[in-house]
Design a protein around this ligand. Sequence first.
Ligand code: TMP
Length: 396
Amino acid sequence: MIKKFLDLGMQPLANKYLKKKNKIEKTKEQFYHLEVGFNPKIKLVSILNTIPAKKMFDDNYPYRSSMSRTMLLSFKKLAKKIINSYNPNFILEIGSNDGSLIKNFDKKKVICVEPCKNLAKITKKMGYKTYESFWNMRLAKKIKSKIKKIDLIYSSNTLSHINNLNSVFESITNILSNDGILIIEDPSLLDCLKKVSYDQFYNEHIYVFSLLSINNLIKKYKLEVFNIEKLNIHGGSLRYYIKKTSNKKYKVSKKVIVQLNKELRHGINKFSTYIKFKNKVENSKEKLNKFFLKLKGKNKKIIGYGATAKSSTVLNYCKVKNETLDYFLDTTPGKAGKYMPGTHIYIKSYSKRLLNRADYAFLGAWNFKKEIFNKEKQYIKRGGKFITHVPIPRII
Ligand code: TMP
């Protein structure tokens, strides 16, 4: 039984950027109740009301992992590590997006799986074999019949989006060679709790994993985590290195034990921890709204920086609309010229000129704070300020 601990109100689909203002008024946007709960048996945190995958991952999916230098660098480093440490025969990527990772590998040694047509088209064009499909047992069997040995499976920010985790791990176990490695990376629950980054929750993020919950999920498939890495990506992620328990080639690293102990010390296994988190989230909302009210009272121009799916959760939960944020700036071509879901704040194509018009910029992409601050030295120098809600609402 999943125990509910957080209510983030009625929310639109976080990646459904809207086309034209008149369209917004005419068509009914779909809202759903965003509630978050804890499964005390397997210690897994998830949202309670899920949306059919086809509604979220369609032919117009806007998120592009190549839009950030931080991401590209992280993928490049990982590719190097994969080649040096494991030298795989064949790599399968589940949720290959626009090919940011696989472009570091030989075209003959990689298979991409990507359900969003617009993204699959990109990797196909790059010359990579791409299955335009959701990940499931049928596809796993189809690929297995064509490729003898798949000894590395990678999936970043994808498994947490798939409702049926049993099917995910069953099909991965089926296709992965006995000496193969599965690498997954997703936002870390411990980071989410510590940073009060409740915006990790939205329709697509069905789960926010911890090492503890991953262990509980995979043990019945005779899989185990043998190494782990902490990443700054997406506001704090964990990269899990997983093998079949029968594979004795790799010893379980001390880092795995250290991470597990950290999670347990934080009380990730106890419901009371989530109640404390809920109280912090409610305080965060109150404080952020106070900031906006005060700044607007002083006639300050506030905009949004990075029209992220995460910021959709924050703005809809805190009921911040375009009376508060004049517009968002974003570098993603598919987002500019559209409106934020639910709040209908307009998204403009990023330019320094538009940023310099603002007194304050709400950091929707707070997870890329370092990259953005490096880029915006001039804005900061001339007195421009950023607002973030992580870990508590504050002006920087
Ligand atoms: P994400 O947090 O879901 O990865 O999305 C990051 C969004 O922020 C994406 O739409 C691109 C945008 N962005 C900018 O507009 N400027 C930047 O400098 C960075 C790093 C990201």
